[in-house]
Design a protein around this ligand. Structure first.
Ligand SMILES: Nc1ncnc2c1ncn2[C@@H]1O[C@H](COP(=O)(O)OP(=O)(O)OP(=O)(O)O)[C@@H](O)[C@H]1O
Ligand SMILES: [Mg+2]
Length: 261
C-alpha cells in the first residue's frame, strides 16, 4: 500500500469515457509526475484524489482510506493533509498576496493573527516570494502567481502536494525556476507530490517516477531513466514531441455487434 493508491479508477461524463481503469501508487515522500495529452483526464484524476469527483468504478485511497466512502467530516480531515496547486494558480484577485496565503489558515485553524503572519511569511519565503505580501495578483507575473499559489497550498502543512500544470504558459526560465521550487519543497518539507505537466524538462527534474496517461489508462509508470528508454511507441512519440504516431490517432472504432457475431 502506498500513501496514495489509485485502483482501477474509471470515470466517464455521459458517453465520454475519460479514465478507464487507471492504476497508480505513490509512496510516501515520492514525487510522481503524470504526463498525458490535453484532455486525457489528468485534472479528472487529481479531482478524484481530492474527492471533488466520484469514480464510476474503482477507487482512490489516501493512507488506506477510500476517498469516495468517507463522510463529509472524514473527507474534510483528509483534504487538510492535501495541498492543491490549481492549473493557472487560481488566486483570489481581490485579495492581497498575504490574504491569499492566509486564507486557509484563518478558515481551518485556530491561530492568532501573529501566528498567521509568521506562517505566511515562512511560506512566502519557502517559494522565494518574500516581501510581496501587499501586492494584488494583477501586479504579479505568471510565475510569481504560481509561487503564491504554492505558498497558499503549503500553509496548512500538507503531507501531499498536488500540482496541476504548474508551468503552463511560463517562459523556459520561469519553467525551470518553478521545477526547482517544487523540488525544494519536496526536500524541505518532505512532502509527497503529484505533478501534472506537459513540460518534459521539468518532469525529468522533479520526478522520482513518471506516469503516462493515454486513452484512459496509465500505460507507463517508471523512473525517469527507465521511462526514457521505454520502447512503447506512445512513450517515444511523447518524448520526441512528434505529430506522427499513435498519440494523435483516433482510437480504433468500437467493434460492431454484427462483426462480432
Ligand atoms: N465536470 C465535467 N463534466 C463533463 N466533462 C468533463 C468534466 N471534467 C472533465 N471533463 C472532460 O473530461 C476530459 C478530460 O478532462 P481533463 O480536464 O481531466 O483533461 P486534462 O488531461 O487535464 O487536459 P489539459 O491538459 O488540457 O488540462 C475532457 O474531455 C473534459 O471535457
Ligand atoms: Mg488539466
Amino acid at each position: 500500500m502506498g500513501l496514495i493508491d489509485v485502483v482501477n479508477l474509471s470515470k466517464a461524463f455521459g458517453p465520454k469515457v475519460v479514465l478507464s481503469g487507471v492504476n497508480l501508487s505513490v509512496e510516501e515522500g515520492e514525487s510522481l509526475v503524470v504526463l498525458g495529452g490535453s484532455g486525457t483526464g489528468k485534472t479528472v484524476l487529481l479531482r478524484n484524489i481530492m474527492g471533488l469527483l466520484t469514480p464510476d468504478s474503482g477507487h482512490v485511497a489516501v493512507e488506506g482510506k477510500i476517498i469516495s466512502r468517507l463522510s463529509r467530516d472524514e473527507l474534510f480531515q483528509v483534504r487538510q493533509s492535501i495541498g492543491m496547486c490549481f492549473q493557472m494558480a487560481a488566486l483570489f484577485d481581490s485579495m492581497t498576496v498575504f490574504e491569499n496565503v492566509a486564507f486557509g489558515l484563518r478558515r481551518h485553524q485556530k491561530m492568532t493573527e501573529g501566528q498567521v503572519t509568521a506562517r505566511v511569511e515562512e511560506c512566502l519565503s519557502l517559494v522565494g516570494m518574500r516581501g510581496t505580501d501587499k501586492l494584488k495578483p494583477a501586479e504579479l507575473s505568471g510565475g510569481m502567481k504560481r509561487r503564491v499559489g504554492f505558498a497558499r497550498a503549503i500553509a496548512l502543512k500538507p503531507k501531499i502536494l498536488l500540482f496541476d500544470e504548474p508551468t503552463t504558459g511560463l517562459d523556459p526560465v520561469m519553467t525551470d525556476v518553478i521545477g526547482k521550487v517544487i523540488l525544494d519543497l519536496k526536500h524541505e518539507l518532505g512532502v509527497t507530490t503529484i505533478t501534472i505537466t506537459h513540460d518534459l524538462k521539468s518532469a525529468f527534474i522533479i520526478a522520482d517516477r513518471i506516469a503516462l496517461l493515454f486513452r484512459g489508462e496509465c500505460i507507463a509508470c517508471q523512473t525517469p531513466e527507465v521511462f526514457r528508454e521505454n520502447p512503447h511507441p506512445v512513450v517515444q512519440q511523447f518524448l520526441r514531441g512528434d505529430a506522427d504516431g499513435p498519440f494523435l490517432q483516433d482510437p480504433p472504432p468500437p467493434k460492431h455487434k454484427e462483426a462480432l457475431a
